[in-house]
Write a protein that binds this ligand. Sequence first.
Ligand code: AMP
Ligand code: MG
Length: 484
Amino acid sequence: MSLSLPFDNSYAQELVGLYTPWQGQDWPDPQLVLLNAPLALALGLDAGALRSAEGLGLLAGHALPEGAQPLAQAYAGHQFGGFSPQLGDGRALLVGEVLDPQGARWDIHLKGSGRTPFARGGDGRAVLGPVLREYLISEAMAALGVPTTRALAACTTGDKVLRQFGPEPGAVLARIGASHLRVGTFQFFAARGERDKLRLLLDYAIARHDPDVTGAEDAALQFLERVGQRQARLVAQWMGLGFIHGVMNTDNTTISGETIDYGPCAFMEAYDPATVFSSIDRMGRYAYGNQPAILFWNLARLAEALLPLIDTQEDRAITRATEVIGRIQAAYQAEWAEVFARKLGLDTPDPALIEDMHKLWQGQNVDFTSFFQALPAAALGESAPLLSLFHSPDGVETWLERYCAALPDPEAAAARMRAVNPVYIPRNHLVEEALHAASFQGDMGPFQALLARVQAPFTPIAGMERYASPAPADVPAIVTYCGT
Ligand code: AMP
Ligand code: MG
């Protein structure tokens, strides 16, 4: 079976000078570990051909098919608040773009494909555990309806890569995204004062993501607002799932509004706004409750990068951009209230009720996901399972009375809640168990079982209670590591 892809590489063709053409590394023994056949089908790609030797050449990056124009994208970024003027794809390649049967454009991108000129001190490699983590969590997010890059395949390379705790199997993740443009892509050219390239990049991004803004007198400003709206909607969705990205650097903040670069990310179990999972986030900069503030901070960095294109007079550009950021903050608050109103099955957002619910959770060790699983029954008058989630349920009954009074049709509300509140999320202890079995015992069974659950997150399955339960008390707190 021969592999033919309908490449249409706008980035390579239109943005010459904004990237470095590059090739993937050759591997001793590349093997396909996982192929996302339904995603391949949705893209109009032939899953059978992707499983062939030629398909492997694409998915592991060592032998790219006709029409690919592999390149490493340049970008900068604020990492934990400090600016790095040159990051870029140090271990990744944009292979090319394809149009799906609906005409939507998708990047095909490899992570772990070898060193590039942006690698700095890095080895250009990825290892199986983190590749599978990104595969699993991005697929869970997609099933939960959250905008995200998606995993097309995972391959092993056949060699061992040294990491913090010893050698691990080398791996490559093939993923797709609406684009890989980041806030940091704009920062790269802004920081170098390359105004023409910045303008080229803006025009490209607008054509790709906001074509209706093309040609507008205030296109840069409108673009900032669009990116902000998408990101506000995204982060509100994260908050509604207890998702913690872990590394909300500006190079991990997309223009498309998709979640990208799943590193030390995780879903919170016991509600606590200070929750972090990343070993390097010692100050809690990217804690659950800080994510909205960091989003606005990141958007302010995008605004800064765009200033010369917003207005030739800097004062005026700053005033106009500041107004936009203010509107995005308000839009985020509205999105957040909408997200939690849907989770509660309310017809209209009730911010006071929602805020008081968050106060109820404080210091109670309430499992975030279980609370929303217990809520439909509570709405129908069966409150014991919900009350049992609290250490001391003082005040919960009073809140429940207010809540029930806000539900004109509890049956309908319960049905709506079951459609939006997941039974299954990738719980950290299960993720760790699955990745450990895959990386160190060559056993993909636990991973496949967990993947099947999180790909159908709203459907409870009898006998699968383990996948819907918080970590047993004797499981140590999970920390995930960067440099993955
Ligand atoms: P990340 O933490 O994956 O978002 O990556 C941040 C930056 O570090 C990006 O420029 C990556 O390309 C680069 N990077 C991360 N890991 C490696 C690695 N093993 N080799 C080369 N570059 C890397
Ligand atoms: Mg990144």
